[in-house]
Design a protein around this ligand. Structure first.
Ligand SMILES: *[C@@H]1O[C@H](CO)[C@@H](O)[C@H](O)[C@H]1NC(C)=O
Ligand SMILES: *[C@@H]1O[C@H](CO)[C@@H](O)[C@H](O)[C@H]1NC(C)=O
Ligand SMILES: *[C@@H]1O[C@H](CO)[C@@H](O)[C@H](O)[C@H]1NC(C)=O
Ligand SMILES: *[C@@H]1O[C@H](CO)[C@@H](O)[C@H](O)[C@H]1NC(C)=O
Ligand SMILES: *[C@@H]1O[C@H](CO)[C@@H](O)[C@H](O)[C@H]1NC(C)=O
Ligand SMILES: *[C@@H]1O[C@H](CO)[C@@H](O)[C@H](O)[C@H]1NC(C)=O
Ligand SMILES: *[C@@H]1O[C@H](CO)[C@@H](O)[C@H](O)[C@H]1NC(C)=O
Ligand SMILES: *[C@@H]1O[C@H](CO)[C@@H](O)[C@H](O)[C@H]1NC(C)=O
Ligand SMILES: *[C@@H]1O[C@H](CO)[C@@H](O)[C@H](O)[C@H]1NC(C)=O
Ligand SMILES: *[C@@H]1O[C@H](CO)[C@@H](O)[C@H](O)[C@H]1NC(C)=O
Ligand SMILES: *[C@@H]1O[C@H](CO)[C@@H](O)[C@H](O)[C@H]1NC(C)=O
Length: 826
């Protein structure tokens, strides 16, 4: 009577059967699984690792070397069947994978450092890179199998993975996985701990999985994860196991309507947890802490997974705090985050920087408000290392990370190399001198240097680094070999000097890969200099920000004190304000530069748990890149403050004459407000375009700050404004700017605004300036009156209406503008 198999039902049944595998596993668009060195396909669970001569990707290697181990893995656990064979590379080799879907991909490398025939894999020395990222650099294999997992955002139509063996060594790999990930797995940006509202973009970064932990003392094998992740039990990471209670209630997890959550983490991660044990003592006040070993000097993306599988009712509150390395990260009310439902998964991402310590602590603990029961829970934890600005994910000290055998080889190499360098240098210097005599005043900048550069240095390196492009910026660490710097600066060629300061000279240099650098070479003798050298390196490696000049490396070979910075095309702010022939900056440019510098300083003051005080803020330490974006430089005198100085009140007063905070001079108490004072001085420098101290002027005018403040009090600030700015500045903008500068220069630190407030006010000044101004300064006109006319034609009349003058009547400087208003309205 009823035909059960209606077409609808058939469609329904087939779509169910189609849905089931989709919801049980993720089906990547790009999916390469390779059992390296094998001639047979091997199944691991439900996945097939293909023999290493498949045609779906290309392998290019100088010699086709495959190796087998005598250990019989075929009866062991499923993963290890991949260790039966390995591929060996005795020269630079590439796997090239065609990519169908752009976006995040995982690359997993499986290594089993055992003996394979004549190859002892634990002796292998190599690096692995992909997409310009240095993923693995001279791994130190100890003991059993190693799986390394990297996440790249692939934006090209192919991905090339390159194995580069070290000289006289080889590279190997047992298996390779490369597959696309769901779009939502890795966030495009995440918040940085301690910097509310300051999200950091991740879309261009490579990530390395450092730890993937399941709480509740349960390990989840790859077969149970839709993305074949291994979740390691937390008992080895948990610091005080007696504080935690392990919970397992996988059936309590409710993912109704959110099937994709299974790709974020398996249900068994959300269904197991470590719970702050308050049964022993309900008033227990403690944190549950997990500790993971990490490499210092990197940022980490930390993902925490939560799911309340413990509470029986949402009437009970579950409010707790999350700390990362003792820094407060978040205050979570888990029930309200999950719309008051139990068993609903929730995860959060946060980025943290690990500076000095090689530990990363993650803690959950009772909320400090005390309003709720002292409970806390954590279900899962993932820690992913973010590549540094050298595009590396591995520890980078090229010399110290090598084995002692290599170390000796390198040292011998360098000694021989330096001897050759010296010989060549002598020959070249002789030649150079002779040529200079001949060419006399024919001194086109850098011409001699270039000759030197193309001369012998290259052949010298080739001897010692066997053709590896070692001096480019992407594949060496912070610690540069001296020869690399000599090459970049043509052995400190005088014509490449771009600045000279108390510490020594700054050279412009070019690395092998055409990256321009600024090389700051300290004068070796002074003991104080050495301390400042290391302070500077420490400060700059810790703090990275758009508006702080970034460090590329340093060199301490042969008592040199060299710091290598990114090159700033447009030099110092000072050079653009006076005493050079550079074109004058427009008012808008000046405001933008001040805002950039203020942002950099604000970050120093607030970007970490302890404020950093720059101590030497001046226009010569504000550098401009090719787009005139400002970056703060020179951290040699920086200090964490203010509590350090409470114990070291006798610290010698340091800083630059003319910029020094008078309160700091008299009390020697260092606070962020000393930087604010110096920044106020810079603001007047920017407005007036003259040196802070100009002894050539009449006595009362020598000190810019004194003179400007006096004129300001007398309402005659116009007398001191940089003539090239007159007519460009809108009244309100000037008012705001001068007021800000004045506040910064308050006698007592306590009366000075914070850098954040200064920043806000400068942004206001920029807003008030509006967009009416023509870009850049026009050099055609020279008289002040003409200036006023030419620019006021482009301004709305309202800007100078009588009403606005009335509002400003109390402001001393309004008289200046009364004149301009007359011009305008008359
Ligand atoms: C391995 O599997 C791939 C695809 O799954 C197939 O094309 C290939 O022929 C298989 N190779 C061997 C040796 O079985
Ligand atoms: C890979 O090697 C095996 C064994 O030598 C051979 O049977 C197979 O055809 C090869 N596959 C390809 C794609 O070359
Ligand atoms: C490895 O062990 C399995 C089972 O123990 C056995 O069947 C197989 O022949 C062994 N293979 C080799 C190469 O010894
Ligand atoms: C392989 O190399 C490691 C490290 O150099 C060494 O400890 C080990 O004894 C070697 N094994 C063999 C079988 O040579
Ligand atoms: C920062 O990123 C998070 C996602 O990690 C997002 O929810 C938030 O809205 C972002 N905040 C800002 C200010 O962009
Ligand atoms: C990958 O990079 C592209 C281009 O930079 C960007 O548009 C995209 O959002 C990135 N994807 C992810 C998942 O970060
Ligand atoms: C975690 O589980 C393992 C084995 O399952 C057990 O040996 C260990 O004692 C457990 N750890 C704790 C802290 O209970
Ligand atoms: C993994 O999956 C198997 C089969 O589905 C199951 O029996 C086992 O309990 C799971 N293990 C964990 C730790 O979830
Ligand atoms: C799971 O959540 C959905 C809605 O989010 C709800 O309708 C359902 O009753 C829940 N299931 C259980 C077993 O609590
Ligand atoms: C991590 O926690 C331990 C114990 O609480 C502490 O000794 C250590 O200093 C912490 N490390 C960091 C970097 O916070
Ligand atoms: C948990 O750790 C944070 C950061 O170290 C600390 O401020 C807080 O007092 C700790 N809470 C308890 C209850 O010990």
């Amino acid at each position: 009577m009823v035909n059960f198999w209606t077409p609808q039902l058939l469609i329904w049944v087939s779509s169910i059967s189609f849905l089931i595998p989709a919801s049980l596993g993720f089906d990547p668009v790009d999916n390469y699984l390779i059992d390296c060195g094998s001639f047979a396909n091997r199944s691991v669970g439900d996945r097939v690792f293909v023999a290493d001569n498949s045609s779906s990707y290309t392998l290019s290697t100088p010699q086709n070397i495959v190796a087998r181990t005598s250990v019989n893995f075929s009866s062991s656990t499923s993963d290890s069947v991949l260790y039966q064979t390995a591929r060996v590379f005795n020269g630079i080799s590439h796997y090239t994978f065609p990519i169908k879907e752009h976006g995040r991909h995982w690359i997993r490398f499986h290594f089993f450092p055992s003996v394979y025939g004549s190859y002892n894999m634990s002796k292998a020395e190599f690096s692995v890179s992909a997409q310009n990222f240095m993923l693995i650099r001279e791994p130190q294999f100890e003991g059993g199998s190693v799986v390394k997992e990297y996440c790249l955002n692939v934006t090209a139509d192919e991905l090339v993975v390159t194995f580069t063996p070290s000289a006289n060594s080889f590279a190997f790999v047992n298996a390779l996985e490369m597959f696309s990930l769901p779009d939502y797995l890795i966030p495009k940006e995440a918040s940085v701990i301690g910097l509310q509202g300051d999200n950091r973009s991740l879309s261009g970064n490579a990530l390395e999985t450092v730890a993937r932990v399941n709480m509740g003392n349960v390990t989840i094998p790859r077969q149970n994860d839709t993305l074949w992740r291994l979740w390691v039990s937390d008992d080895v990471y948990l610091l005080h196991t007696n504080l935690g209670t392990f919970v397992s209630r996988v059936s309590a997890v409710n993912i109704t309507g959110r099937p994709e959550i299974e790709n974020i983490a398996p249900l068994s991660v959300y269904g197991t947890a470590t719970w702050l044990n308050t049964e022993l003592d309900p008033r227990m006040n403690a944190n549950l802490t997990w500790r993971v070993d990490v490499d210092p000097g990197f940022e980490y993306l930390v993902r925490l997974h939560f799911c309340d599988v413990v509470s029986t009712s949402t009437q009970q509150s579950l409010i707790f705090n999350v700390y990362i390395n003792s820094q407060f990260a978040s205050h979570l009310d888990l029930h309200s985050l999950t719309s008051n439902k139990l068993g609903v998964p929730y995860y959060m991402d946060v980025i943290t920087r690990v500076s000095a310590s090689s530990l990363l602590n993650v803690s959950v603990g009772p909320s400090t408000t005390g309003a709720s029961d002292p409970h806390a829970i954590l279900n899962g934890l993932e820690i992913m290392k973010i590549n540094n600005h050298r595009l590396s994910l591995d520890v980078i000290d090229t010399i110290s990370s090598r084995s002692s055998r290599m170390k000796i080889a390198v040292i011998v190499g360098l000694v021989v190399g330096l001897f050759i360098v010296l010989l060549i240098a002598m020959v070249v210097i002789l030649l150079f001198r002779r040529r200079r005599k001949l060419s006399d005043l024919d001194s086109e900048q850098g011409a001699h240097c270039a000759m030197y550069r193309r001369g012998k240095f290259h052949t010298m390196d080739n001897e010692h680094y066997s053709g590896t492009p070692i001096f480019s910026s992407s594949n060496i660490g912070y610690r540069f070999p001296l020869v690399a710097i000599q090459e970049a600066t043509d052995n400190f060629c005088e014509s490449l000097i771009v600045g000279i300061g108390g510490f020594g000279k700054v050279y412009k240099g070019v690395l092998r890969d055409e990256i321009k650098v600024a090389v700051k070479r300290g004068v070796p003798q002074s003991g104080q200099g050495l301390k400042e050298f290391w302070t500077e390196i420490e400060m700059v490696t810790q703090f990275r920000h758009r508006h702080l000049v970034s460090l590329l490396g340093y060199c301490d070979e042969q008592e040199e004190m060299i710091i290598i910075y990114e090159y700033m095309e447009n030099g110092t702010l000072k050079d653009h304000l006076y005493s050079s022939n550079l074109p004058s900056l427009s008012w808008r440019q000046r405001l933008e530069i001040c805002i950039g510098a203020a942002r950099g300083l604000h970050y120093l003051h607030t970007g970490s748990a302890k404020a950093i005080i720059h101590r030497d803020v001046k226009s010569a330490n504000i550098l401009l890149d090719e787009k005139f974006m400002a970056k703060v430089a020179d951290f040699g005198l920086s200090k964490t403050g203010p509590d350090i100085d409470k114990t070291h009140v006798s610290t010698a007063v340091r800083g630059s004459f003319g910029y020094l905070d008078p309160e700091y001079l008299s009390t020697q108490q260092l606070t962020e407000k000393s930087d604010v004072y110096s920044f106020g001085v810079v603001l007047f420098e920017v407005l007036c375009g003259r040196p802070v101290i100009d002894p050539s002027l009449p006595r009362e005018r020598v000190n810019l700050v004194e003179w400007a403040m006096k004129l300001q009090r007398e309402g005659k600030i116009e007398e001191i404004i940089d003539p090239s700015l007159l007519g460009q500045i809108k009244l309100e903008s000037l008012k705001k700017f001068v007021e800000t500068a004045e506040n910064c220069l308050a006698e007592h630190g306590i009366d000075r605004p914070s850098m954040g407030y200064v920043l806000w006010n400068l942004e206001c000044a920029l807003q008030l300036q509006g967009n009416g101004e023509k870009p850049g300064h026009n050099g055609e006109t020279s008289s002040q009156v003409q200036h006023v006319d030419s620019s006021s034609t482009s301004l709305p009349t309202a800007e100078f209406s009588v009403a606005s003058v009335g509002e400003l009547a109390g402001i001393s400087m309004s008289k200046v503008f009364a004149q301009m208003v007359k011009e305008e309205t008359g």
